[in-house]
Structures are given as C-alpha cells and as structure tokens.
Write a new protein. Sequence first.
Length: 193
Amino acid sequence: MLALGAPAAATASPERPDDLVDVAPLIPDAVLDIRYATTDNFTGQVLYPAATCKLRRAVAARLVKAATILRKQQRRLLIWDCYRPSSIQHVLWKLVPDPRYVADPKLGSKHNRGAAVDVAVVDQDGKPLPLPTKFDDFSKAAHRSRALLGTKGAEARRLAKAMRAAGFTGMPTEWWHFDAPDSARYALSDEPL
C-alpha cells in the first residue's frame, strides 16, 4: 500500500528492453503502410486488426537511430511490417510454406518476437521513391544480392546502410527485411496488436 503523498511513479513498472512498444510516437514522421492490415498484400486478405507497428523497446530504439540517419539524407522510413502475432504466422505459412520467405510457425519468426521490421524509404515529403521490387516479392529480383545493384537499387542501398549503422542485419531473400541480431533473446508472442 502506498503511503499518502508517495509519488505515483513509484508504483509504475519500470520500462524493460523486451516490452512491446508502439513505434509511431517514437518516429512520428515514419509512413506507416502496414500491409497486413489491408488487402494490399500477397494474401489479398486483411490479417491484422489494426495498422500498428510494435517492436521490442530495444529494437525500436535501433529503428529510431536508423530513422535519424535517413532524416539527415532527406528520407523517411516507410514501414510495412513489424511485430506479428504467432497466430497470424500460421496463416501466412499455410499460404506460402517456403522457409526462404515465410518462417515455419513451429520455429517462429523474428517478427513473432517483435525483433524484425519490413521497411523501405520515401522522400522527405512522404512520396514514393524508386525501389527494387514491391513488398513481398517472392522472386529472385527481391534477393539482396540483386536488389541492391544499379540505379534501381540506390534507395535500397541507402536503407541497408542506415539499418546496418543502427545495428540491424539484412535477410538475403528480402531487401526490405531487417532483424535485430539479438532477436533470439525475445520470446515468441501471440499478444494481440
């Protein structure tokens, strides 16, 4: 029981690096285009009840750093996907049971841990820029080794450089996908969005 006059903050639980946090207030200029909250995704179905980007607090801090780097280059983050409840991973796996593109729900995804993001860049006004492929392109054109080449890969290279500087690692088959290198420390989750 709190003594009279005790500060309310004393009862609040401390912030932890593994808390799931909403990224929007942390990066207010990010363009949220959460594709699985719309039909504009490879399934053609709305899978998320809300267009929300949540990440583990420590992972979100890395994304803030990447956004800061990009802002200095007159770019803003375009966010396509973040934390994904495990139950939705099962739906995606039924549609694309290919571990190169969708994690087997028996093992879980780094998205299910709140430690992965699918991102791109837009200009400082939020307008689209040339990108190597569309989001969730399951062709070899989306593989990092091809997508970051040439003029068409310029913005993807810019993104990759900023994300690496912020402490993320890229995925070989998806130029837009980045993981926190310590993702295994976070538990798989089915917390609703």
